[in-house]
Design a protein around this ligand. Structure first.
Ligand code: CP3
Length: 344
């Protein structure tokens, strides 16, 4: 029996009757209804930790566009927050955390996630699932251990995550311990979301592209492999998407072989045809429209979509962007994109 959701069909390796579509960061600042609720909530974290607000914001893009998946509205930095780190989002400046830099700093953090932080998230998942049509999949998520570690070490976003790369070279004992902690707590976090009603989960490795090939194996592939294994000991058959942004073709192939994920997310630089040839029969392929094509609109957007659909034809393809939608994207261009994709 095929699942009702065409995203879950694709994750099970079937090529659905029509191409499922959702967008990373689909709930967010490009939507006036998001900006309105965000202003009412006061700040971003209050949106994340209020189950009613998080539910509402998650559902906004589903109501407006009818995407085939909803993604839980939250943030990857909820995990370090729930380990006891201070976290703030300064408007227009991104996240700020008190950095961790040594084994003794790590000892000062919790061993497990603070339930007072995670329970509103799980409550939101249950509420969202109860308010979604059966054919719309609900995706939970977490950051990959490497990507979350880069923010914990730098305390903020940086252009190339140099602080974490230096720490991994200078203090491997600390770095290994930090990654191990993140693997364990992220597994608990994903299991909690799946138990609360998420149909599948995505692991965001937004910073895997700054790693050399050996470090990619050590810090992206191995931790994700352990995370997937841990999640599936508690939730056998859990459907899992990995998004290793910036991965090479060789990196993607090895990641699929060694982690057992059901889908890989491709960023807009991926060599799509080669990826389809190497992995098309093995996993679902998610992606990978350049978010800037969605800002451009017009004939350029149509041409980019046509090229993408042609390159991944025959694969279990989940249409998405190659990274999150940017706040300045016109809503009319999202509508144009959906008409085009749904016309295939
Ligand atoms: O995709 C979705 O719609 C679900 C919600 C979601 C958010 N962040 C909401 C958000 C998801 C899945 C994330 C993941 C996330 N968060 C990642 C991985 C994906 C990626 O984009 O690479 C990362 C690296 C973060 C950390 C983070 N959160 C940063 C660096 C920033 C600041 C930059 C920015 O876009 O503002 C955020 C803030 C954030 N997360 C916003 C939203 C809607 C903007 C907050 C606001 O309303 O001001």
């Amino acid at each position: 029996m095929l699942p009702r959701s065409i995203i879950l069909q694709a994750l099970a390796g079937h090529v659905p009757d029509r191409t499922p579509v959702w967008m990373m960061r689909q709930a967010g600042r490009y939507l006036p209804e998001y900006r309105e609720l965000r202003a009412k909530a006061g700040d971003f974290l209050s949106l994340c930790y209020n189950p009613d607000y998080a539910t509402e914001v998650t559902l906004q893009p589903i109501r407006r566009f009818g995407f085939d998946a909803a993604i839980l509205f939250s943030d990857i930095l909820v995990v370090p927050h729930a380990l006891g780190m201070k976290l703030a989002f300064e408007t227009g400046e991104g996240p700020r955390l008190d950095p961790v830099g040594s084994l003794s700093d790590l000892k000062g953090l919790r061993e497990t996630l603070d339930p007072s932080r995670t329970s509103p998230v799980f409550e939101a998942v249950a509420k969202i699932r109860a308010n979604l049509p059966v054919e719309t999949a609900l995706l939970g998520f977490c950051g990959a251990p490497w990507t979350v570690a880069t923010y914990m070490i730098a305390g903020r976003g940086t252009p190339d995550q140099a602080p974490a790369r230096i720490a991994s070279l200078m203090d491997p004992a600390f770095f290994d311990a930090l990654i191990d902690r993140l693997v364990e707590v992220s597994a608990d976090y994903l299991v909690g979301q799946l138990e609360a009603g998420a149909d599948a989960v995505q692991i965001f490795d937004s910073w895997s592209g700054v790693l050399d090939p050996e470090s990619f194996v050590r810090w992206t592939i191995r931790p994700i492999a352990r995370l997937v294994r841990l999640v599936r000991t508690k939730r056998p058959g859990a459907r899992i998407i990995a998004f290793p942004k910036g991965a090479t073709l060789a990196g993607l192939i090895r990641l699929v072989e060694e982690t057992g994920v059901d889908a890989v997310g491709l960023d807009w630089t991926a060599e799509r045809k080669a990826v389809r040839l190497a992995l098309g029969g093995k996993v679902a392929l998610q992606g990978n429209l350049d978010p800037l094509a969605l800002i451009a609109g017009g004939a350029g957007l149509d041409a980019a979509i046509d090229a993408l659909m042609a390159d991944l034809r025959g694969a279990a393809h989940i249409f998405n962007l190659g990274h999150g939608i940017r706040p300045e994207t016109p809503i009319a261009h999202v509508e144009q994109m959906l008409r085009r994709v749904r016309g295939y």
